[in-house]
Design a protein around this ligand. Sequence first.
Ligand code: NCD
Length: 316
Amino acid sequence: MKHLRSIGELGRDGLEQLLESATHMAEINRRPIPKVPALRGKTVVSLFYEDSTRTRLSFETAAKRLSAETMTFSVSTSSVSKGESLRDTIETISQMGAHCFVVRHKSSGVPWQIAQWTNASIINAGDGAHQHPTQAIVDCFTVRQAIDQPFFNGVNVTIVGDIKHSRVARSNIEAFTMLGARVTVVAPPTLLPSQIGHWPVTVVHSFDEVIASTDVLYMLRLQSERMDQGLIPSLSEYGSQFGLTMERAQRLQSSAVVMHPGPMNRGVEMHVDPSDLPQSRIHQQVENGISVRMAVLFDVLARDGELQQLHEEVSA
Ligand code: NCD
């Protein structure tokens, strides 16, 4: 695979391969010195035009654990602040020998646009409200681990919150359904996209109606930075209807799995501390972020046959 820009482009086979590869990377991460020479000589550039904590740091950590060189591009301290265009920025960094761009941008489609200006591989780390494929792979990996089964047939996934502005929701719905899950979304009508009728999901407006039958509860952040008008009456009203409160958490099955991609809005969608919630897998999502991103970087950057070789070395 040359690029990873969307779950659709990856497809079910690609998704399964990356999940398998990530289990080998997790093996490396359990070693006392979690580092292998797999991507020596390769340069990975993180190009983040939008803020990020876990995605950027987990990509950079993943690249370092595979012995790649890393370059970090920070919008506020670069020539973007002098008006340099995206195209000139990409061409300039490509000249420095970049093999892979990990890109996050507020506009949908930027990863496809950039791929026309460089021969390097492109990994989408979030484009507007469109796609965030590595988060979806991390989340499938985390669910697999939690339920201890490779496919999600018969698993009820409930995604709650700001579906309209969420690239995570778009990528995760595709990935979860590819692996066989049944997905329900819970949101106020103003936070649902107009095309929701074409998505492979059931829409419900009452959180209380579905909480007890949920196997995987996926809470989303209210994306106030993407809202240009008042879509909710107030934060407290939203929190009382769509937030994970202690009363709701007590109605979860003991075997349920609770997830959130971070960053959390405490007191808005999350009223419980993940450490007080035995069903929470939120910390595992962060931990798995490194193994999955190692698998993705390795897949786009290694030569044919090297993956098999690495798997054999790890399993030996
Ligand atoms: C998500 C994102 O940036 O899309 N966060 C993340 O990557 N961990 C979700 C969000 O910002 O709400």
